[in-house]
Design a protein around this ligand. Structure first.
Ligand SMILES: Cc1ncc(COP(=O)(O)O)c(C=O)c1O
Length: 407
């Protein structure tokens, strides 16, 4: 039976086509290995935390109240209204909940439906590199051409690793073939939040080339210093921007898969033209629960971020002491650690060995590069701090024991 087809493009773009088969993602592989070896899993980005009480209770109440059948394709009205109110309250953006908000099965479906709906074969899509691995797969599935803008790294004054966007390279990535620029801020895997000068270049170039701006803002509330600024709020951006976010990271409910899009009605209609053939709708009892979450007072969001920040500080300080060169993330779930000071120059090989050698799982940064080639970032690992303090502490103890003879 000939099983060739578009899936090979998606798998190859994500560096997962091996001997004609789709390999599972590095996250699936390493999580399985962590379970098998009883290793501490600082790999995959799912939190150890429970959702806020109000969110959990609302989901339970919705199930008990019988909200268990197909919700409307565009999402429950209560959630669409909550998304619009949240965007207005936090960012001053106004959206019509009836025509400009679309509920999706996580940000994953929102990204898939947007790219499949709006990218024609041969169209170019610009992203930063490293990038969330789904981007390459979906751009390829749509037949698009992936143009990347590598983040550049340098040593900061304190010896830490600093990762940043080179605006000259960013401008150069745009051309008359650019259909969209897909911007992930706050950024996974690095926790970088591109500053206003970068966001302004994106809007300027998108307007010059009449390109769409697609944003992935799933870490919008998990910021540790300056607040998140959505690109749609920049002058001249809102009409050409598809903003995507989801509940998974903010409320520690990655298994619920409730996401949303905000965009002008014609864009929402176009994206719905694909989304309704993917899942149609999902997550009936979780939608009103996420609406409750979005309506929480600002102080509750700040507490979630402050708690995560303290775990970021625990992990980054510990890794620095062990001998890694650290990049301190401004947001999100992850830190990037350079293993070269410990004599490790190939993070792929290191990530394979670490579960057995140290009892800790981490992801090589190459998983977020085209063709798995991380270039100058080859010795870099991504480690998650969305885990419990005790998991982080025990992982650090194990890494310390592993690293001691190497210093
Ligand atoms: C940058 C980024 N975008 C999208 C997603 C997927 O979001 P969801 O779980 O809502 O589908 C993730 C999850 O790890 C992510 O890190």
């Amino acid at each position: 039976m000939d099983t060739s087809g578009p899936w090979t493009r998606a798998s190859a773009a994500a560096g997962l086509l091996v001997d004609g088969e789709a390999r599972p993602t590095v996250f699936a592989r390493t999580s399985a290995r962590a379970a098998e070896l009883g290793a501490f899993n600082l790999g995959q980005g799912f939190p150890d935390d429970d959702p806020p009480e109000v969110v959990a209770e609302a989901a339970i109440a919705a199930i008990r109240a019988g909200r268990n059948q197909y919700p409307p394709g565009a999402g429950e009205r209560v959630l669409r209204e909550a998304v619009a109110a949240h965007q207005e309250q936090w960012y001053g953006l106004t959206w019509d909940p009836a025509r400009e908000v679309l509920v999706t099965t996580g940000a994953t479906e929102a990204l898939a439906a947007t790219l499949l709906a709006l990218v024609e074969p041969g169209d170019e899509v610009v992203t930063l590199e490293p990038f969330y691995d789904q981007y390459a797969a979906m751009i390829a599935l749509a037949g698009g051409v992936h143009r990347t803008v590598p983040l550049v790294s340098r040593a900061g004054e304190d010896g830490d690793l600093v990762l940043e966007v080179d605006t000259t390279a960013l401008r150069a990535a745009f051309s008359e073939r650019t259909r969209a620029v897909l911007v992930n801020t706050p950024h996974n895997p690095t926790g970088v939040m591109p500053g206003p000068e970068v966001l302004e270049v994106i809007v300027e170039e998108a307007r010059r080339h009449d390109a769409l701006i697609i944003t992935d803002e799933v870490y919008e509330h998990l910021t540790f210093g300056s607040p998140h600024r959505p690109i749609a709020a920049l002058p001249g951006a809102q009409d050409r921007t598809v903003s995507i976010s989801s509940a998974g990271k903010t409320f520690s409910v990655t298994g619920w898969k409730i996401g949303w899009i905000t965009a002008r009605p014609e864009l929402v209609t176009a994206i719905t033209g694909v989304k309704q053939w993917l899942t149609y709708s999902s997550g009936a009892p979780f939608q009103p629960a996420v609406a409750e979450g979005l309506a929480m007072p600002a102080s509750a969001f700040e507490e979630l971020a402050a708690d995560l920040r303290s775990r970021r500080d625990l992990l980054t300080a510990g890794l620095r002491e062990i001998g890694f060169r650290l990049s301190v993330p401004e947001a999100g779930y992850f830190t990037v650690a350079d293993a070269s000071p410990l004599g490790e120059t190939d993070a792929d090989a290191l990530a394979e060995r670490l579960p057995a050698e140290a009892g800790v799982v981490a992801i090589p940064l190459s998983a977020f590069y085209r063709g798995g080639d991380a270039g100058a970032a080859r010795p870099f690992l991504r480690l998650a701090f969305c885990k419990s303090r005790s998991t982080i502490e025990q992982a650090l103890e194990r890494l310390e024991a592993w690293a001691a003879p190497r210093r």
